[in-house]
Design a protein around this ligand. Sequence first.
Ligand code: FE2
Ligand code: FE2
Ligand code: FE2
Length: 419
Amino acid sequence: MRFFDIHPVNLVKALSMALELSINGMSRHHWQTAMICKKIADQISMNATEQRTLVFAALLHDIGAASSWDERQKIQQTDTFEKRSLGAHAEAGYLLLKDSPQLGYLAQSIRYHHDYWCGGNKSGLKGSQIPLVSRIIHLADRVQILIHHNQSIFAQREKILESIDRSSGIVFDPLLVKAAHEIMQAESFWLDLVNASYYENFFKTLDVYGSVRYSSDDAIQIANIFAKIIDKISKFTAHHSRSVTKTAVFLAKLEGFSEDDVKSMEIAGLLHDLGKLAVPNAILEKPGKLTAEEVVIVRQHTYYTYRILEQIDHFEVIAQWAAYHHETLDGQGYPFRIGGKDLSLGSRILAVADIFVALTETRPYRESLPKQKVQDIMTNMVKQNKIDGNVLKTLFDHYDDAVLLVDTRLAVKENERFA
Ligand SMILES: [Fe+2]
Ligand SMILES: [Fe+2]
Ligand SMILES: [Fe+2]
C-alpha cells in the first residue's frame, strides 16, 4: 500500500483553492476567512487542537456551495449580511463531509457556520450551544464579505466595525465581537488581509499542525468527495468523473500498472476535472455552440487541476496524469502544449478514457454514440497524432466490457442536483 506523508495544511489549502476558482483566477474568500479566524483564535487563547479544526473548517466552510455559481455569488454578496437565507450550503457542506474518515471532524463546525447567536435557527441551537468554531467562522466570514477589494482597506475599517457591532448579540457572539474589535485596532490586521504575498507566510505558520500519513485509500476517499462536487457542476455530466475513473482504472490494469499505480490512477481520474469549478455552470450547460471566449474559459480547467494538485505532497505524478487529459501527442493540446515525448502512459490512458466516456455518455442533444461511431472518431484521432494508438487498441480489444463502466443515465433531475 502506498502512503503519502501529507501536511494536512497543504492538502486543505489546495482543496480550498478549488472552491475559489472563478473566470479570472482565484478569489480568496476562504483564505481570508481562515486568517481572520486564526487571529480571533489567538486573541481568545484557543488551544492548538481547536485552532486546527477552526482553520481547516474555515478553509473549506463553503464547500457545500462549490458546485453552484449562483449559490457562490449569493453567499458572498454584502447585502445578504443580515439575511437568514444562507443555511442551505452549510447543511450541504455538512452532508458532503460527515461520513469522511479524514475530514468528517470538520462537518459539524461547517454545518452551523450561519447560525445566529440569538437563535431561531433550523438547528434549534442558540448562544453557546452553537459550536465555538462555527461562531468564529460565522463572524470571520461576514467580515470578509464586507471587504471591497477595490477600495482602501482603511477607508472601510469603521464601516465594517459598525456592521459587526450592530449585529453583536443577534447574529454574532458578543464576546467574539469584542475580541475581533480588539484585534481590528491593529493596522497589521487589515494589511495582512489584503497583502497577497503574506498568505504563504500565513500557511507556513500552520506547519505546526504537523503531517499525517494518508494511504492511497484515504486519498481516494477524499478525491471522491471532490468528484461529487465536480460532477454536480453540470447536470449533463452528472456521472462523468466517476465513469472516467472506472475506465482509466480498467485500462491501467490492462496495461500492467502496479496495484499502487492503479490507485493513483483512481485518484487522478476522480480529480481530472477539478478545475471545472472555474467554469460557470451556464457555460458548461449552454445548449448551443460556445463562443471563442467561452471556449477559452472552459479550457482553463486543466490548468487549475494541475496548479491545485501539484501543491499536495507527493501528488506530482497524479497531478500530471489528471491534468494532461487534453494534451495531445502532436503538442497542440492544452493548456501546456506538451508533446508526445513528455506524455507518460498514465496521462495517455486518462486522455483516452476521458474521450471514450464523453462519446459514450448520453447528452441532452444526443444519445450515447454507437460502437462503430466511437471507433471511427477515436481511430481518426490516432491518425492525427492526438491520442495513443496502443492504449486505444487495448480499449477496443475490451470494448464491450469498457462500455459497461460508463454511466449513461442522462443527468440528474434539477431538484435532486443541489439537494
Ligand atoms: Fe457560508
Ligand atoms: Fe463563506
Ligand atoms: Fe476535461
